[in-house]
Ligand binder design. Structure first.
Ligand code: ARG
Ligand code: GLU
Length: 735
């Protein structure tokens, strides 16, 4: 439609209106991971973005908020309660360890999945716990009272630790629950969380890997995604509904708060929230430290892991035995490897270091004239000096960690230190043999998943890398061994793996069973241990003390820097870096289009999954039953337009630890489970860019379809509260 030119005054007026809207609601995709007890401050903005419930439903002081429906699952994931009977939904990769503990050759849950058909069928998971956050309180004044900002950490830490211990004790007595106090904003604030940890947790449902880990490492950290990355557990409690050790008589936990599930779907632009436990972010990091990440730690780790993964992958393709030994190790090593590549890409594309430097310039200008924070002017110069001293050592440290200790045999030398120490205890011969045998038996787990020829190839590759990159830092022992083999790394490797006792548990057991006083010299002659020992000694003498100093110096300066920035921008609402405490983040359903090519939608579906089916590649093998359900369009109540939605992307600010977190709509109803971020935006741990950063979630309808139609466990759906009505969104409609 053609418009007439507005008059100048009209133009100015509309510009003013436009900018005032912009100022009020800056970016609609929203950076920040907020402490639940502070979200009242965000109510206005969240409502403007689409929130339709009173903010108190998400968290309130009287303890009836939806925070009670979220748990820290195990040590580093999130789970949500989805029924009044304590049913927990989390990720498949978060339940993986528990499923492994329960799997046997006869009942292989990775191949076949697991579905309890009634409460009696649910399987106790030894060692698994979940923690509820009942309430949070700002205790900064009690912890920091009378302590000057610039007080050295050595003294400050002692006082703070004593006060925390006393306060925690007081909270425990007062509430009858657990209490844990943690630092926020680099130690400028302290919050207490009143918690309850349940320790009888049972496995309820676990899709086979063909669904729960579909796409494996290839699709990991990527959008589009096709993984049904979910599993189900249940909290059990004693007769009083309180935490109890496992007992057959325990009962499903009665949950006062749990998530209603909305199956009416969402569209691009809809308001979403993710409520969970992000682990570590560093959004206020200085350009100096970020340069070290970008120029040293990330690239060296990627360089060394690329080589290691190539070798592992090659050997794993040769035999099933090697595949099984290395598949889980490989997944862990590859997860970081891929994430850091995405991180570097994003940091570069956004010129984040340049942006930080520009920001630091304005900070310095303010600091030079600041009357409110007298120490501010000295912070950045001190950081620069500290970083300059540490930089060369960080390079060495990273090559040692990723290249030298990436050789499993050398890393295994560390375990040998304890064996050698036994000889100094002056034990009787029987005592010595007994102690050694016990130590060696403890290494069985490692050797079960160890293949010396694979590791020997890693040795060759890593030593070449190390010798090339670390020249003047190479310990003499390394050079001596290399020279003794006429500088032929292949011959050197062959000899080490032939001679070292550390290559097999059988040799170690034999040694332990026949050991005599004085045999420690045999160990000290072992070429693999000698390499480990040379590296450990050099580290201890030349690297660790400097890096320790650097870390504690930076910790101190980071605290002052964060505090100064908060003083500089008094009107800005800062959010604390992630620290594995409960946080709420909000954004909207949003497709990912980093190249502007509009290639992918914001959602994938079952049709896409089936299209990827490849029976020759394990991670892309769609289970037979799933294919049958698809062919028959037998989707039960969960189908939409002839298919089932599988995964979707949104612009919520999440991090590692948010795996398994509930993804909520404008009414606080569950629409999905978070499980990953997109490659283009993994730099969000340092810098959040709403145009590239996306969290990836399983659509709740895929979860329900798999439970109900694939697993045949409809009895679980019956205990959930399923809502069909669409929330009446959206922001645009309201404006
Ligand atoms: N990238 C996700 C996270 O950081 C998922 C990891 C598990 N999946 C995998 N293919 N390794 O934890
Ligand atoms: N997969 C991650 C986790 O285990 C979540 C992905 C992320 O880092 O955002 O927590």
């Amino acid at each position: 439609m053609l418009r007439t030119q507005p008059t100048t005054s009209l133009l100015i007026k509309s510009l003013i209106i436009f900018f005032s809207i912009l100022i009020q609601y800056p970016a609609i995709a929203k950076e920040g991971m907020w402490i639940p007890a502070t979200i009242k401050d965000h109510e206005k903005e969240m409502k403007s973005m689409g929130l339709q419930i009173p903010i108190e439903q998400l968290y309130n002081k009287s303890g009836t908020g939806l925070n009670n429906a979220i748990v820290l699952f195990g040590k580093g994931c999130t789970g949500e309660i989805i029924s009044s009977k304590g049913l927990i939904l989390t990720n498949h990769h978060c339940g993986y360890g528990s499923a492994q503990g329960l799997s046997t050759a006869e009942s292989d849950y990775f191949a076949n999945g697991f579905w309890a058909m009634n409460l009696q069928g649910e399987l106790p998971c030894k060692g698994l716990t979940v923690t509820f956050i009942r309430r949070m309180e700002n205790v900064t004044s009690q912890v920091l009272e009378g302590l000057a900002d610039t007080l050295r950490d050595s003294f400050r830490d002692t006082v703070v630790a004593l006060r925390i211990a006393a306060l925690e004790k007081e909270f425990k007595t007062k509430t009858g629950l657990d209490a844990s106090i943690k630092p926020y904003f680099d130690g400028n604030q302290y919050w207490v969380a009143i918690t309850e940890t349940y320790r009888d947790i049972r496995l309820v449902g676990f899709p086979p890997n063909g669904i729960g880990a579909f796409g494996g490492d290839v699709e990991n950290w990527m959008w589009p995604r096709h993984t049904g990355d979910f599993s189900l557990f249940r909290v059990y409690a004693g007769a009083d509904n309180k935490p109890a050790d496992y007992a057959a008589t325990n009962k499903p936990y009665t949950a006062e708060q749990f998530f209603n599930i909305n199956v009416s779907g969402y569209k691009e632009g809809d308001f979403t929230m993710v409520y969970g436990f992000p682990g570590t972010t560093k959004e206020y990091i200085s350009s100096f430290e970020l340069s070290n990440v970008y120029n040293i730690t990330d690239p060296i780790s990627i360089e060394a892991r690329t080589r290691r993964l190539d070798i592992w992958t090659k050997h794993m393709s040769w035999t099933r035995t090697i595949f099984l030994k290395y598949t889980s190790k490989r997944a862990g090593v590859a997860n970081g490897w891929k994430k850091w590549q995405g991180e570097m890409l994003g940091l570069k594309a956004n010129n984040v270091i340049g942006k930080k430097q520009a920001y630091e310039k304005t900070f310095q200008q303010w600091a030079d004239t600041s009357k409110s924070v007298l120490y501010a002017a000295g912070i950045l110069p001190q950081m620069r000096t500290a970083a300059e001293i540490a930089t060369p050592l960080l390079t060495q440290e990273q090559y040692i960690k990723e290249a030298v200790l990436g050789i499993e045999l050398v890393q295994q030398g560390a375990a040998f230190d304890n064996v050698i120490a036994c000889f100094r205890l002056g034990l009787s011969q029987d005592g010595l043999r007994d102690t050694l045998t016990k130590l060696v038996t403890g290494m069985e787990g490692f050797y079960k998943n160890y293949d010396p020829p694979t590791d020997r190839d890693v040795f060759i590759s890593m030593m070449v890398l190390y010798f090339n990159k670390c020249t003047s830092w190479i310990p003499d022992e390394f050079k001596d061994q290399y020279r003794a083999h006429d500088q032929d790394v292949n011959a050197w490797a062959a000899d080490v793996y032939k001679t070292s006792m550390l290559t097999s548990i059988a040799q170690l057991k034999d040694f332990a069973a026949n050991a005599k006083a004085g045999d420690s010299t045999k160990l000290q002659a072992d070429p693999a241990w000698r390499l480990y020992n040379a590296i450990a000694t050099m580290r201890k003498q030349k690297i660790t003390p400097v890096l320790k100093d650097y870390t504690s110096r930076m910790r101190y300066l980071d605290r002052l820097y964060t505090n100064a920035q908060m003083q500089q921008f008094k009107n800005k609402t800062f959010y604390p870096d992630a620290n594995l405490t409960l946080r709420l983040t909000y954004g909207q359903v949003k497709g990912l289009d980093p190249e502007g090519a509009a290639k992918y939608s914001f959602q994938t579906n079952l049709k896409d999954v089936v299209a990827l089916n490849d029976t020759t590649v394990d991670i892309f093998k769609v289970p037979k039953k799933l294919k049958e359900l698809y062919a028959a369009k037998d989707y039960g109540r969960w189908g939409v337009n002839g298919t089932v939605p599988v995964a979707f992307v949104a612009s919520n600010h999440t991090s590692g630890g948010n795996s398994g977190s509930p993804v909520l709509n404008a009414k606080g109803e569950l629409i999905g489970t978070n499980f990953d971020r997109a490659y283009e935006g993994t730099m969000s741990d340092y810098y959040f860019d709403p145009t590239r950063c996306r969290n990836i979630s399983v659509d709740i309808r895929y979860t329900l379809f798999i439970i109900d139609k694939f697993g045949g466990a409809g009895w679980l759906v019956d205990e959930m509260n399923i809502v069909k009505a669409k929330p009446t969104t959206s922001t645009k409609a309201k404006k």
